[in-house]
Design a protein around this ligand. Sequence first.
Ligand SMILES: Nc1ncnc2c1ncn2[C@@H]1O[C@H](COP(=O)(O)OP(=O)(O)OP(=O)(O)O)[C@@H](O)[C@H]1O
Ligand SMILES: [Mg+2]
Length: 257
Amino acid sequence: MTTTTPIAGRATAVAARASDLSKVYGQGETQVVALDRVSVDFRQAELTAIMGPSGSGKSTLMHCVAGLDSFSSGSVRIGDTELGSLKDKQLTKLRRDKIGFIFQAFNLLPTLTALENITLPMDIAGRKADKEWLNSVIGMVGLADRLSHRPTQLSGGQQQRVAVARALASKPEIIFGDEPTGNLDSRSGAEVLGFLRNSVRELGQTVVMVTHDPVAAAYADRVVFLADGRIVDEVYGPTADSVLDRMKQFDAKGRTS
Ligand SMILES: Nc1ncnc2c1ncn2[C@@H]1O[C@H](COP(=O)(O)OP(=O)(O)OP(=O)(O)O)[C@@H](O)[C@H]1O
Ligand SMILES: [Mg+2]
């Protein structure tokens, strides 16, 4: 397995890697280079935040690495599997078996109960849930007494906790979240971020999340900054202040260039 040394003396396996990844939308005058030769590793059992101005390519990067969107050039690997080498069916299977998603808008099915929503991806895949694991995930997100409720009977924070549990339930190799706390008040957001961080610390889960919020980014082990489709900086062990500082620097550069 490939290893890398982010911090001196510490070798960690790579859960996902983008190499020279480019994504171009449209042609000619309307062409948009959403990703411009991005190379980045997401290491196992780390929580990485992706930040950057609106339109900088955060969602595009996540969708390409998660196999939800095609890319124009370069390569993407999940574990040891090159996405570019997969046929559609194989890609669908890899997404289903190895990747968890948490979206800004929860994406729960209204006619299903909380528990049914949590186990839905595994039910679709015809896989049996590991009961013990499922119970520990449900316990961790504090939903044990809400399992028979439907999404409309749950608060926003509770709905997002269902989405977090759903992503964790199948023990995916990596979880991607696009602004997973974007629709939550700060308290519910802090809860969901706490669960995500616990899943990394205690369960060894790998998580990559896009966020605009320096406070949310401070939950991460590392923050990667994008601007105009390129990685322009990264910070290890971020605090809300250090992230805010970097954001201000980029804003200042943007105004002077
Ligand atoms: N389907 C599409 N067709 C054409 N251009 C697109 C498409 N999707 C995204 N883009 C463009 O690609 C660039 C990157 O978009 P992306 O959605 O990745 O940004 P983002 O960093 O996630 O922004 P935000 O913070 O607003 O969500 C933007 O300039 C956007 O307009
Ligand atoms: Mg986006």
